[in-house]
Ligand binder design. Structure first.
Ligand SMILES: Cc1cc2nc3c(=O)[nH]c(=O)nc-3n(C[C@H](O)[C@H](O)[C@H](O)COP(=O)(O)OP(=O)(O)OC[C@H]3O[C@@H](n4cnc5c(N)ncnc54)[C@H](O)[C@@H]3O)c2cc1C
Length: 414
């Protein structure tokens, strides 16, 4: 759509949070526009057809805490088939690298770590989560690897209080057509302005003045949903400045998680929904999901400093590493059978600059600081503002709904 010169509410960002906010305001009677820097909705939710029959969620894929996940009902309403099969990461394994008795040992060590962390968090004192690893335990590198998938970061940079605030009901479902595709359908009816990069929010005058790459508009209220790293880097600026918001965003950096999908020739001899893991003694490794939804492909997942190193090695490095590792595990035959299709590079994505937020030790309280409205005119949403479902798509969506509610309450008070 063309950019209006003035509206009641500007929503910045058309990811899950911005869509949740805009959908909530649809019946409010307020004029709304969603300004999005990309040429698509979904933000860190993005589904592509990596090949004619291979659906790939480049960003979020799992409906985490599915029994409390607001996207489940949205999927049902929009006729998106929900796959409720168990996820591959805990119960299933393929190949000799990680036999059953070792997996049992690892799960015991992981659960014991989580128990110690839970007890420690009860004291209310914050500390880095790696302090609760059992010294010398052989599974510590792999527990740290799990943190790189869950938090996008190693445990030494993760606040124990924040980690414990996350609500995981251990029910994880998926969407055959993709999480990003669901977001696209959810946002289809909204007033969206694409290629519209917001650079400045001037809140010094009676109306907000929003500077964008497509021109300037004014608004009575704004909901800011951009990822924390953009606020921390001041890629989007405020006038007057909002040092508390910048400080909060710096305490809630996005960690890194990246994915790759490889086409698999003659897929039948690998199990559908299998899990393959190369090494169990180091943090720098990723699990491989064999034939998700039975598709002829293998997906790899990498996190933390290792994902950063792979991204920094250049385009195609994640696929090349994955093929080498799978060949080492399953045999040289696989070099011919695997073909790179697509990989993410979220740290290099200018409008994300990472994957999902975690609180640095000592910064668990920053989610509430980031979420707090300013002056009854500026409102903040996005996964990092969610008190218990941060780092997830449904946490982001719900935060948008919360911010839209705050806008309506402020309008009603005026
Ligand atoms: C690899 C990966 C795997 C993941 N897996 C899962 C999973 O399985 N389950 C799950 O629930 N979550 C998962 N997540 C996290 C989930 O995708 C995010 O938490 C969620 O999508 C964030 O939504 P958001 O609206 O807060 O932010 P975003 O989706 O980042 O939306 C913000 C929007 O703002 C736009 N924007 C940025 N700057 C500007 C600007 N200056 N002007 C205008 N627009 C701007 C961006 O382009 C973007 O569209 C994963 C993420 C990644 C990267």
């Amino acid at each position: 759509m063309s950019l209006p010169s003035e509206v009641d509410v500007v929503i910045i960002g058309a990811g899950a949070a911005g869509l949740g906010a805009a959908r909530t305001l649809e019946t409010s009677g307020l004029s709304v526009v969603v300004l999005e820097a990309r040429e698509r909705v979904g933000g860190r939710g993005h589904t592509i057809m990596a090949a004619p029959h291979i659906t790939f969620d480049v960003g979020c894929g799992w409906l985490h805490s599915a029994d409390k996940n607001s996207f489940v009902q949205i999927a049902e309403q929009l006729n998106f088939e929900i796959n409720k099969a168990l996820p591959p990461w805990r119960e299933r394994a393929f190949g000799k690298a990680f036999p059953q008795h070792e997996r049992d040992e690892f799960i015991r060590a992981l659960d014991a770590f989580y128990d110690r962390a839970e007890q420690a968090a009860k004291t209310g004192r914050d500390s880095p989560a790696n302090a609760y690893l059992e010294p010398g335990n052989r599974w510590n590198p792999m527990i740290d690897a799990i943190s790189t998938y869950v938090n996008g970061s190693e445990l030494d940079r993760v606040s124990i209080l924040d980690m414990e605030a996350y609500e995981d009901t251990n029910i994880n479902w998926r969407l055959r057509r993709g999480y990003g595709a669901l977001m696209a359908a959810y946002g289809a009816s909204l007033p969206l302005a694409f290629h519209c990069n917001v650079t400045l929010i001037d809140h010094s005058g009676p109306r907000l003045r929003i500077e964008t790459s497509r021109g300037t508009l004014t608004a009575s209220k704004a909901i800011v949903t951009v990822p924390t790293n953009l606020i921390a880097d001041e890629a989007i600026r405020f006038h007057p400045t909002l040092p508390d918001k910048v400080d909060a965003a710096r305490g809630l950096p996005l960690g890194l998680a990246d994915k790759v999908t490889l086409a698999l020739d003659r897929p039948e001899d690998l199990p559908a929904e299998g899990n393959l893991r190369a090494a169990t003694m180091r943090t720098e490794m990723g699990p491989y999901h064999l034939r998700p939804f039975g598709q002829p492909c293998i997906e790899g997942f990498f996190g933390g400093r290792f994902a950063q190193a792979l991204e920094d090695a250049g385009d195609g490095a994640i696929a090349a590493h994955s093929i080498d590792e799978i060949v080492a595990l399953l045999g040289s035959d696989f070099r011919r059978r695997l073909k790179p299709l697509a990989e993410s590079r979220w740290a290099h994505d200018p409008f994300a600059r990472g994957s999902y937020s975690h609180a640095l030790p000592g910064h668990a309280g920053k989610r509430a600081v980031l979420a707090a409205p300013v002056d009854g005119r500026l409102f903040f949403a996005g996964e990092a503002t969610s008190p218990h479902f941060f780092s997830t798509a449904h946490g982001a969506r719900d935060s948008g709904e919360r911010a839209a509610g705050e806008v309506m309450a402020a309008v009603a008070r005026a």
